[in-house]
Design a protein around this ligand. Structure first.
Ligand code: ADP
Ligand code: ZN
Length: 639
């Protein structure tokens, strides 16, 4: 007999493994019955089995990876086994509301305790909790650590009714993370007070440093770590050069996302307001969101974005944390984010439902100059500035890249991968040109300016001189007499902008003062001596650069996944189902996607099930929803 079988026979029984196998079977049943999903995704199965069997876990999964199920399924399994309630710690009130609403639709007893409840409501939730009727209770960290709440937990524990602690957004415990919350530090008390209760901590953003910090501060040394791939294969990354950014955005929206919900990120409040107004004037329904708006307006706009279909949210980065709307079809950046972490987090809000989505960004010379300046002018110390510059450089390298964007993104997070087939560079590999000589010409021209007139000049004038354009300004300064006048006539204006972007991005040139006049940095010498080679992408002209690669007609991997397109008859059924869903969502006061995801409706429209059994076979149709809505859906489909 092979050694394997023998050793398996000789191995002592492992009760923990048995328990995990048992709870794994229950977990699958819960997934089918309650959530109506056919299978777990990625690491979910392993995580759910481990936690349902009473193990501790630290889970790293990208946004949209499906973290909620990792604690919701164990919560249901453990509640069914008589172990009581799962307490979910979350810093985000909006998220608690949404999750509790979604669980109610699934027929799972859940509630939240936070500052939005009045005294009577809070007491009602507490009664439900103590009576053991709740499967999940969501609470803000500061609430959890009050004597009153801890007394309730004590009482549950005494009766063996404390099933699990789930700590969402676990990176909030770390000062290294980007979203530290002091209240999270107190959460280590849970382990000290209830060491026998299993815990699962989850986050979408944790580099190695932050991860170690989470383990340390939450005392998760013995927890199993589940680190998922950070890839979001359904998101298509496209970065275009800015020409007329608004017009480019509008074309992108009209050509590829007509009627879709999405987010447009801008850097300043003013730009948010102006862009939202402008989009509305162009017939694209858009709402603004930034910290300068009053709370009521912000909440109203966020609510509308979640509940209505096809709205575009124009926002600063103040918007997005805790927004788990699954059908955001695009995230567009009109300004450069601060770093790759920010970019990945913001773009990660697209396509949580797994259907194709776009991450689109327009960036240009001014972005590079601005971001550099913001770092240089900040009050921070030199070490911090160096760190920020390093992060900006990585982002600029991504923007200028002529190879696969995803490979670079994942590499940044320490994950090796191969060309993805679903980014602009994979779909339409850009041509490159050797810009070493051009860069030297630009540098010597900047040098001549200084020699000649003393003061420096900006990028526009530099390009005019290099291309040999006789403008008023050229005359005024006698620059047509410079030896560098016209030496770059063979290089197009947009190519020159690319060269300057690179030189500034690489730190060989600085933009200084109010007018962003250009000056050489010490490192420019190496370029002048041709010790540094510059290989740049040939700029796609503004027309091609405006949209994403999808219009080029080359289908990427992700195009195979979507339930759409539907034929005409199915599309009509899809529309009828959406209209029905909108009514239900209004009546239940929940966002439409809480009733059913688009993907589920599209599948119904396409396969047109005629019986409850057939309907139950569609992903996203659990038993509660089948009971509640089955008849109505079959009616719509028959009509
Ligand atoms: P995260 O919190 O990691 O950002 P969510 O928990 O919100 O992600 O899940 C993202 C989306 O994927 C949700 O709409 C969820 O219903 C869906 N989802 C998660 N797991 C599965 C699965 N196994 N099968 C089908 N859909 C899933
Ligand atoms: Zn790629």
């Amino acid at each position: 007999m092979p050694a394997l079988a023998a050793s398996a026979a000789a191995a002592p029984p492992d009760p923990a493994a048995d328990a995990a196998a048992d709870s794994g079977a229950c977990a699958l049943q819960v997934l089918h019955e309650v959530f109506g999903y056919p299978a777990f995704r990625g690491a979910q199965q392993a995580i759910v089995g481990h936690v349902a069997a009473g193990g501790d876990a630290l889970v790293l999964m990208p946004t949209g990876g499906g973290k909620s199920l990792c604690y919701q399924v164990p919560a249901i399994v453990r509640h069914r086994a008589g172990r009581g309630v799962t307490v979910v710690v979350s810093p985000l009130i909006a998220l608690m509301h949404d999750q509790v609403g979604a669980l109610a639709e699934l027929g799972v007893a859940a509630a939240f305790l936070n500052s939005t409840l009045d005294g009577d409501e809070a007491r009602r939730v507490e009664r439900e909790l103590l009576a053991g009727r709740l499967v999940l209770l969501y609470a803000a960290p500061e609430r959890l650590l009050t004597p009153r709440f801890l007394a309730m937990l004590d009482s549950l524990r005494e009766r063996g009714r404390l099933a699990l602690f789930a700590i969402d957004e676990a990176h909030c415990v770390s000062q290294w993370g980007h979203d530290f919350r002091a209240e999270y530090l107190g959460l280590s008390a849970l382990h000290e007070r209830y060491p026998e209760v299993p815990r699962i901590a989850l986050t979408a953003t944790a580099d190695a440093h932050t991860r170690a910090d989470i383990v340390q501060r939450l005392a998760l040394h013995d927890a199993r770590q589940f680190v998922s791939s950070f890839d979001r294969p359904n998101i298509r990354y496209t970065i275009v050069e800015k020409a007329d950014a608004r017009a480019q955005l509008l074309r992108f929206l009209r050509d590829e996302h007509d009627g879709d919900a999405g987010i447009v990120y801008c850097q300043s409040r003013r730009k948010v307001d102006e862009t939202a107004e402008w989009l509305n004037a162009q017939g694209v329904p858009a709402l603004p969101y930034h910290a300068g708006l009053d709370t009521a307006t912000r909440r109203r706009n966020q609510d509308r974005f979640l509940r209505e279909e096809g709205l575009v949210m124009v926002a600063t980065i103040a918007f997005g944390m805790g927004i788990d709307k699954p059908d955001v079809r695009f995230v567009a950046h009109l300004d450069l984010p601060k770093n790759i972490e920010g970019y990945y987090q913001e773009t990660g809000r697209a396509g949580r439902d797994g259907l194709p989505a776009d991450a689109w960004m327009a960036y240009g010379l001014a972005d590079v100059v601005n971001q550099r300046r913001m770092i240089d002018d900040s009050e921070a110390d030199e070490t911090f500035k160096r760190l920020q510059r390093g992060k900006l450089d990585a982002l600029l390298a991504l923007a200028e890249a002529h190879d696969c964007r995803r490979v670079r993104l994942l590499a940044y997070f320490g994950e090796p991968s191969g060309p993805c087939g679903n980014c602009d560079n994979c779909l339409q590999p850009p041509a490159t040109w050797d810009a070493t000589e051009a860069a030297r010409k630009a540098l010597s021209c900047i040098y001549r300016f200084r020699q000649h007139g003393g003061s420096g000049f900006g990028a526009g004038h530099l390009i005019d001189v290099l291309r040999g354009k006789t403008t008023d300004k050229v005359h005024q300064h006698g620059h047509e007499r410079l030896s560098t006048f016209g030496i770059g006539a063979d290089v197009s204006e947009s190519q020159w902008r690319g060269v300057l972007r690179q030189l500034i991005a690489l730190g060989h040139v600085r933009a200084e003062g109010e007018w962003n006049t250009l000056a050489l940095a010490d490192s420019a010498r190496a370029v002048l001596r041709a010790e540094v080679r510059l290989e740049l992408r040939v700029p796609s002209d503004a027309r091609h650069g405006a949209g994403s690669a999808r219009r080029a007609g080359k289908a990427g991997k992700a195009d195979k996944a979507p339930p759409l397109p539907l034929d005409d008859a199915a599309a009509a059924r899809f529309a009828a189902l959406k209209a029905w869903r909108a009514e239900v969502a209004r009546a239940h006061n929940v966002p439409a996607y809480v009733v059913f995801h688009d993907a589920t409706l599209a599948e119904m429209a396409r396969t047109r099930p005629a019986t409850p059994e057939a309907l139950a076979g569609i992903s996203g149709v659990g038993s509660k929803k089948l009971d509640a809505y089955g008849e109505a859906i079959l009616h719509v489909l028959a009509g």
